[in-house]
Design a protein around this ligand. Structure first.
Ligand code: SAM
Length: 196
């Protein structure tokens, strides 16, 4: 039978697949090994575009390899997602974040950080279409993870309820520090995010 209460990563993909249209521009804020980049490239189709960010060259190399011929609809950017507005100058249909460290990397101390994560979300919310969703998979098991989690939860609670709906989704019976999901849906058009 069909699973409805998905684990976090499949659930985030379901939200994106229900809202991103083919031909749209989308953002993978944390390319890593390219799983979400590939998924996004498939969602937007041949007429769409994916901007994928990572601060580690090894991640972008792995992502390019993962994408294969779908690299043509993807722009890989070796820079922090906090600078997203320097590269993306058009409305976006959605964005995905997968926080923490690069799986399989030698150096697991290179992790996403509260300030740049929140700056990127803030900028992407301005670019997001009405009805679009930003998904953020949050891991809090590593060094610095709890600080990022708490800063993020504090930030999303300041977003105005008339502008966005924010949910937290998690499975309560999984072992070994599973991620939880924060998803933000833009429910009315705005360019600047209002914080309360
Ligand atoms: N979604 C990826 C996948 O499918 O493999 C996994 C992403 S991994 C959990 C997090 C990634 O974020 C790492 O590759 C790390 O280098 C990257 N990262 C850390 N800080 C960043 C920043 N400021 N801007 C962009 N990427 C960043």
């Amino acid at each position: 039978s069909k699973i409805r209460l998905h684990r976090v990563l499949p659930f985030s993909k379901r939200l994106i697949s229900e809202t991103v249209l083919s031909g749209e521009t989308v953002v993978d804020a944390t390319a890593g090994n390219g799983n979400d980049t590939l998924f996004l490239a498939e969602q937007v189709g041949a007429a769409g575009k994916v901007f994928a960010f990572d601060i580690q060259e090894a991640a972008l190399v792995a992502t390019a390899e993962r994408l294969g011929e779908l690299t043509v609809r993807t722009t890989l950017i070796l820079d922090s997602h906090a600078n997203v507005d320097q590269y993306v100058n058009e409305p976006i249909g959605g964005a995905m974040f997968n926080l923490g460290y690069l799986p399989y990397a030698d150096d697991k101390t290179i992790v996403t950080k509260p300030d740049s994560t929140i700056t990127a979300i803030h900028k992407l919310l301005g670019m997001l279409k009405k009805g679009g969703i930003i998904t953020i998979s949050v891991y809090d098991g590593h060094e610095g993870g709890k600080e990022e989690r708490d800063a993020l939860l504090e930030y999303v609670k300041t977003l105005h309820q008339a502008d966005v709906h924010v949910i937290r989704y998690e499975l309560l019976n999984q072992r070994n520090n599973p991620p939880f999901l924060i998803a933000i849906e833009k429910v009315r058009d705005f360019v600047e995010v209002v914080q309360i």
